[in-house]
Design a protein around this ligand. Structure first.
Ligand code: SF4
Length: 65
């Protein structure tokens, strides 16, 4: 599973990082620091939760075969 983030549209409210700082690292200004993440095994539910937590709806979970 992967996460894709439309980083340029981030408003920096850190809702994603509140779910997981590991999956959703923020930069020094409080905006999401990455635009793609490989979700480690076992963290799929947290990844989905983080995606739902983003009010801007810019976090997308990419399911793989
Ligand atoms: S929840 Fe969405 S808008 Fe907020 S910091 Fe994370 S990616 Fe950015």
């Amino acid at each position: 599973m992967k996460i894709r983030i439309e980083k340029a549209s981030c408003v920096g409210n850190a809702r994603c990082a509140a779910v997981s700082e590991e999956l959703f690292p923020l930069n020094d200004d409080g905006y999401i620091a990455v635009d793609a993440v490989d979700v480690p095994p076992g963290m799929e539910q947290i990844a989905r939760r983080g995606a739902r937590a983003c009010p801007e709806r810019i976090i997308f979970v990419v399911e793989e075969e």
